[in-house]
Design a binder for this molecule. Structure first.
Ligand code: FAD
Ligand code: MLT
Ligand code: ZN
Length: 468
């Protein structure tokens, strides 16, 4: 094993020994995997940009097993990289060196669902789409939805504080997650799996683990408040001539659709070109520089459709309205991420900004990079002030990266934006945290980390900047 990767030195964790492997095999027979072929997929991230060289994959089934694993790793000073569905986009879900991969793949039990309160309690490895199907049969939905739903785990969603396509309507996981069960670095099981809407007894510890990206503890179970499944879902797909029209339409939309508005997503024409070119999808509305996807979720389809139609008249823009079963429209937006990976090497940015400034970053970046980039595209969650700026090139180029960073972060900081709106910092962005957080806040985060994980075995090299 190399002791340097990405210009980083391996921290002095113990090396995995035969005795360690024997211990884990004894603890979970058949679920401590060492076959390099099998480990390959777990060592590389979804974007195929981050790659580790772990020699051990553990697949616990219970919190008690996770606890025994961590207690042992803590005593032995073995580093661990927690992994859910491995769809994270910042290199946080795979080891950097030889960290043991702790996967939640076999922790997929639904523990309880209360159809009166809508509270679901489940293990961390439940796949988001499966949960949504389970709830759908009972008249409920998950409060979050995202393009990776077929693979991502609810534990991974909570660990990254994923936003996604429904945040506009149901709010962030910081509000909908009611409780968590977490195993700390030394194996302590923290049972904060409350199923209460209201609970002001002391500090709200679960918030510390939401968005902590596997650096403070391993989430083993989640209690989450799920809304009723809307009876009627309608979609409108619009073309807009410029970004100010995208914004104006959003304002009109909020005013006219009010409580039934459930998503307001945008993509520029370059994104449309890519989903058409690389995925063979068809563009239902040609010739617009910007496209907007609006979803309403309500209880009366005809009423919602009427509302949407009168909104469209007011918005004076070209568009089409259809009922929400037309999944093809959602595919245009949801599959941009996939289309980009077919376009070449992807430089991915996930920025929060005041809505008025959202697209200026794309325009400025396009002008700055000129022909050195293949495509510079913008899409995202307008309703949440969240831009996804993506740049593609035929192959990785250090000089292109230097032209993008730190410019993109300086630009964002100038407008008091966030350099990571919803994807987290992971491995790729941890050194840039100071663009969005003051020194004092970073210092306090480091103290929390030191208190909860004094040996630093949980997801090392991630989220917090390395000490100078
Ligand atoms: P992983 O990728 O396995 O892990 C992500 C991080 O969480 C890692 O740091 C890992 O160590 C940690 N982790 C995982 N499980 C646990 C656990 N049980 N306990 C502690 N730590 C854990 N994100 C959005 O916010 N909004 C989107 O709309 C969105 N769309 C996406 C679309 C696509 C096509 C893809 C590929 C990704 C998208 N993502 C989006 C990014 C990603 O954050 C989410 O897919 C998801 O939240 C990650 O869940 P996962 O189970 O795959 O976690
Ligand atoms: C999205 O909104 O599509 C996701 O966050 C993924 C991405 O940024 O590509
Ligand atoms: Zn997103």
């Amino acid at each position: 094993l190399t002791c340097e990767r990405y210009g980083l030195r391996r921290l002095p964790f113990s090396r995995l020994s035969r005795a360690d492997v024997a211990f884990f095999e004894g603890l979970m027979p058949g679920r401590a995997r060492t076959d390099p072929e099998e480990l390959r997929a777990f060592n590389v991230d979804w974007l195929k940009a981050a790659r580790g060289c772990s020699e051990l994959l553990l697949k616990p089934k219970t919190a008690a097993e996770v606890s025994r694993v961590l207690r042992y790793c803590h005593e032995r000073n073995l580093a661990v990289s927690p992994q859910g569905g491995n769809t994270g986009l910042v290199g946080g879900s795979v080891p950097v060196f030889d960290e043991i991969i702790l996967s939640t793949a076999l922790m997929s039990e639904i523990i309880s669902f209360d159809p009166v309160s809508g509270i679901l309690v489940c293990q961390a490895g439940c796949v988001l789409e499966k949960l949504n199907e389970y709830l759908g049969e009972r008249g409920f939905v998950m409060p979050l939805d995202l393009g990776a739903k077929g693979s991502c785990h609810i534990g991974g969603n909570v660990a990254t504080n994923a936003g996604g396509l429904r945040l506009l309507r149901y709010g962030s996981l910081r509000g909908t997650v009611l409780g968590l069960e977490v195993v700390l670095a030394d194996g302590t099981v923290l049972d904060c799996l409350a199923s209460l809407r209201k609970d002001n007894t002391g500090y709200d510890l679960k918030q510390l683990f939401i968005g902590s990206e596997g650096t403070l503890g391993v989430i083993t179970a989640v209690s989450i408040l799920c809304p009723q499944k809307p009876k009627a879902v309608n979609l409108a797909f619009l073309g807009c001539q410029d970004f100010s029209r995208v914004q104006e339409t959003f304002t009109t939309c909020r005013a006219m659709l009010g409580e039934i508005l459930s998503a307001y997503e945008f993509m520029d024409e370059k994104c449309m070109e890519l989903v058409v070119k690389h995925l063979g999808l068809s563009n239902p509305l040609r010739g617009s520089p910007f496209y907007v996807l609006i979803e309403t979720s309500g209880s009366d389809s005809t009423h919602d459709e009427e509302k949407l139609n009168s909104f469209l008249e007011q918005a004076t823009t070209s568009g089409l309205v259809t009922d929400g079963t037309v999944a093809a429209l959602w595919s245009l937006r949801e599959r941009i991420t996939e289309a980009l990976t077919h376009d070449g090497c992807v430089y991915k940015y996930d920025i929060s900004l005041p809505v008025g400034k959202l697209y200026d970053l794309v325009t400025d970046m396009r002008a700055r990079l000129g022909h050195s980039a293949k495509n510079v595209v913008g899409y995202g969650h307008v309703g949440d002030g969240n831009l996804h700026l993506n740049i593609t090139a035929e192959s990785y180029s250090h000089s292109l990266l230097d032209a993008i960073e730190p410019f993109v972060y300086e630009w964002t900081a100038r407008y008091n934006g966030s350099i990571s709106a919803e994807h987290g910092l992971g491995f790729k962005k941890k050194q840039f945290i100071q663009y969005s957080k003051p020194r004092e806040a970073i210092f306090l985060m480091q103290r929390f980390k030191a208190m909860l994980d004094p040996k630093g075995i949980l997801n090392p090299y991630k989220t917090l900047p390395s000490s100078p």
